[in-house]
Design a protein around this ligand. Structure first.
Ligand SMILES: *Cc1c(COP(=O)(O)O)cnc(C)c1O
Length: 364
């Protein structure tokens, strides 16, 4: 069946991603800027996002999984692609075949990658842990590497030494300075190597955090690197949904499952064709906002799988078929995250497959 009626649309502004890349590059004190496009470009489509970034000079990308790197390779044929998961013995052949550079996270990955370097030298990055305790060489392994780096890195070109900050979204957090000192100490233990510490938040922490390469992800997609401060980047994801029906309800009537909302006055309720199956988190029940007929209006009642109720009593005229914004220039990504009790990353990566996606080169 042909249909030109899109119940919900996500417009991804590739022009805004390009603009955000330029903005962040200007903030990065001369450091090179990679693009982090893991999790399908934070849910917005790595296949579209990565070429748009390459178009404004981004020549280095980070993905999490090997499969993400394999899928990305033909889209940015000339770029360096780092795979954050690293190199297990099993992954080595595919990494080599697709010209992917693993970020090695422990001595066993370093050994596996060194063993894979037979006839040709292989590039690699090394991730040292500086306090996140998630990925990267722990301190004792770093000491072992430093003591025996020539043999342990046999056959390898170390092209990047990196670490990751746990609290870079909080400029006042003492952990930032501690991780910076640990990272500097790690750098001093190894032969001179290009270095990278900052992701989105780190770019705003100051020049000393920038080293040779910054690795922004979420800020390319419009989220404020340090929520609370002024956002230097522009909105990228614009989510709109259609009103399916409107109804007048009397004072005392309820809306939705569990009857969690009761009207305190006669109200006009609009029901939207969007729900938690589309990534509008159920945690937004009674907390989220939408922009309808020129006004911000509250979600009322629980978010259902496919539907959301809005109280449009105070908005201009709203009728079935109208489009309402749930994310964009009026309903800001960081505000949605705050209302849902989560972060912008989870909001973006939750956006569902049922939503029709459009890509535009425009920035606004
Ligand atoms: C996800 C990730 C990034 C990007 O972080 P943002 O906060 O999205 O800018 C950078 N480096 C590593 C190691 C990551 O896991």
């Amino acid at each position: 069946m042909e249909t030109n009626f899109d119940a919900a649309t996500l417009t991804v502004r590739l022009g805004a991603i390009a603009g955000n890349y330029r903005t962040l590059k200007n903030l990065a004190s001369g450091a090179a800027l990679a693009g982090v496009v893991k999790a399908d470009g934070y849910g917005l489509g790595a296949a579209q996002v990565a070429p748009a970034l390459a178009g404004v000079g981004c020549d280095t990308f980070f993905v999490a999984r090997l499969a993400e790197g394999v899928a990305l390779r033909p889209l940015v044929p000339k770029a360096r692609i780092f795979v954050l998961d690293g190199a297990s013995q099993d992954a080595a052949a595919a990494l080599i075949a697709h010209n992917l550079t693993p970020v090695l996270n422990d001595l066993s990955q370093i050994a596996a990658w060194s063993a894979a370097a037979k006839s040709a030298r292989l590039d690699c990055a090394i991730h040292v842990d500086t306090g996140m305790n998630r990925l990267g060489l722990p301190q004792p392994e770093l000491a072992m590497l430093a003591a025996e780096w020539k043999s342990r890195l046999a056959g390898l070109n170390l092209v990047l030494l990196m670490s990751h900050l746990a609290c870079s979204d909080e400029p006042g957090n003492a952990m930032n300075g501690e991780q910076l000192s640990r990272f500097r100490a790690a750098l001093a233990m190894l032969p001179p190597t290009p270095a990278s510490l900052a992701a989105s938040g780190g770019i705003l922490l100051g020049k000393e955090y920038l080293f040779d390469l910054a690795r922004p992800g979420v800020s390319l997609y419009g989220a404020n690197p340090q929520p609370g401060g002024k956002n230097p980047v522009s909105p990228v994801a614009v989510l709109k949904a259609r009103v399916l029906q409107t109804r007048r309800i009397d004072k005392g009537e309820s809306v939705g499952y569990g009857a969690t909302f009761r009207a305190k006055r006669p109200s006009l309720i609009a029901t939207l064709a969007l729900g938690y199956a589309d990534g509008i988190l159920r945690a937004l029940s009674g907390k989220g906002l939408a922009f309808a007929a020129g006004k911000s209006v509250p979600m009322v009642g629980r978010v259902s799988m496919d539907l959301i109720g809005l109280d449009v009593t105070d908005a201009g005229p709203v009728k079935a078929g109208d489009e309402v914004e749930l994310l964009g220039d009026h309903i800001l990504l960081d505000d949605v995250a705050l209302a849902a009790g989560t972060n912008a990353y989870e909001i973006l990566t939750s956006l569902g497959r049922r939503i029709t996606r459009h890509y535009t080169d425009h920035a606004a």
